[in-house]
Design a protein around this ligand. Structure first.
Ligand code: ATP
Ligand code: MG
Length: 303
C-alpha cells in the first residue's frame, strides 16, 4: 500500500487561525484577497459516487497544494469514515455546526492528508432534518456557520446526502457551484431534470451565484457499451458542462474506504486515483479560464 500523502502526525483539530496556503492568500492575478470556493457534490440518486468523488477530489486538490475543508452532510457519515475519522471522535460535527453548538474551527478535524480537514457527520445529524424545519433561517444555517471560514480554505466541499432535503438545501445555499457525479448506467439521467430545476430555484430564491459547475461521469467501464452510450447521451444533454475526465470503475477505489483512506492515499497509481488527480487539474484549469474571462469582461473591450 502506498501512502505518499499521509502526514506523520494527524492533529486532532484545525488551528483557530490556520493560515491559508501561499497560493490561497492572493490570487495569481495580482494579489486580490483570497476567495474560498464552495462546491456541493450532489445528486439525489443513491450510490452514484458522490462521496467517493468528494473524498478523492478533495484529496487531489490538497495534494496539489490547496487547503480544503470537506463538510460531511450525510447522516450515513461515509465521507467521515472514508477519511478514517473514528465515530468516537465525532463529537463536534455538521449537526453541532448547523445548530451553533460549535465553531467551524472546533468542528474541522485534521485528516491524514496535509492541508485537508473534515467536518464529520456525528450521530445527531440524522435528526437534523426534522429539527431544522422549525428553525429560523433554516436554509442558510450552514452558510452562516461557515462565514468564519471565509478565506481560510481554498475549497470547501459538501458531500450531500442522496436526497434533495433541507441538508442538501443548506449546502446549495452555501455554494458557488454544484458538481454532479453521474454513474454510467441505464438510469443515469433519471431525476436529473429535478436536480437542475432545484438548482435554478435555489439560485432564484436564495443564492444568485449558484451554478451547475459540472457533471462528472463515474464508474465508467470502457468494455461496456452501455457506459459509452450513457457518456454520449450525457454529453449531448449537458455539452461542455461534462468534464473530459471520466472516473473508471476500479476495485482499488472501492476498497480504500474500508482502510479509512482516500483511494489516492491507498493506491496512488491505480487508474481511479489517477483519474481523480486529472479531474482536480481539469477543475483548476476551468476555474482559471473562467476567472480570466471575467477579468477580461471587467476590463472591457479597450483592454
Ligand atoms: N470508481 C469507482 N470504482 C469502483 N467502485 C466505486 C467507484 N466509485 C464509487 N464506487 C463504489 O460505489 C459505491 C457507491 O459510491 P459512493 O458511496 O461514493 O456513492 P454515493 O453517491 O455517495 O452514495 P450515497 O448516495 O449512498 O451517499 C461505494 O461502494 C463505492 O466504493
Ligand atoms: Mg455518499
Amino acid at each position: 500500500m502506498t501512502q505518499p500523502l499521509a502526514q506523520n502526525q494527524a492533529a486532532t483539530s484545525a488551528p483557530d487561525t490556520a493560515p491559508a496556503t501561499d497560493g490561497a492568500i492572493a490570487s495569481a492575478a495580482g494579489g486580490s484577497p483570497h476567495k474560498t470556493r464552495y462546491i456541493s457534490i450532489s445528486n439525489q440518486k443513491g450510490g452514484v459516487g458522490k462521496t467517493t468523488t468528494t473524498v478523492n477530489l478533495a484529496t487531489a486538490l490538497a495534494a496539489i497544494g490547496k487547503k480544503v475543508l470537506v463538510v460531511d452532510l450525510d447522516p450515513q457519515g461515509n465521507a467521515s469514515t472514508g477519511f478514517g475519522i473514528d465515530r468516537a471522535d465525532r463529537v463536534n460535527g455538521t449537526y453541532e455546526l448547523l445548530f451553533g453548538e460549535c465553531t467551524v474551527e472546533q468542528a474541522a478535524a485534521a485528516t491524514k492528508v496535509p492541508h485537508l480537514f473534515v467536518v464529520p457527520s456525528s450521530i445527531h445529524l440524522s435528526g437534523a432534518e426534522i429539527e431544522l424545519v422549525d428553525t429560523e433561517r433554516r436554509e442558510s444555517r450552514l452558510k452562516e456557520a461557515l462565514e468564519r471560514a471565509q478565506g481560510k480554505y481554498d475549497y470547501v466541499m459538501f458531500d450531500c446526502p442522496p436526497s434533495l432535503n433541507l441538508l442538501t438545501l443548506n449546502a446549495l445555499v452555501a455554494s458557488d457551484g454544484v458538481l454532479v457525479p453521474l454513474q454510467c448506467e441505464f438510469y443515469a439521467l433519471e431525476g436529473l431534470s429535478h436536480l437542475v430545476k432545484t438548482i435554478e430555484r435555489v439560485k432564484n430564491s436564495f443564492n444568485d451565484k449558484l451554478d451547475l459547475m459540472g457533471v462528472v461521469l463515474t464508474m465508467y467501464d470502457k468494455r461496456n457499451n452501455l457506459s459509452n452510450q450513457v457518456s454520449d447521451n450525457v454529453r449531448e444533454f449537458f455539452g461542455d458542462k461534462v468534464f473530459q475526465t471520466v472516473i473508471p470503475r476500479n476495485v482499488r477505489v472501492s476498497e480504500a474506504p474500508s482502510f479509512g483512506l482516500p483511494a489516492i492515499v491507498y493506491d496512488l497509481a491505480c487508474p481511479g486515483s489517477q483519474a481523480y488527480i486529472h479531474l482536480a487539474k481539469e477543475l483548476l484549469k476551468r476555474e482559471r479560464r473562467e476567472q480570466e474571462a471575467q477579468q477580461k469582461q471587467i476590463a472591457g473591450p479597450a483592454a
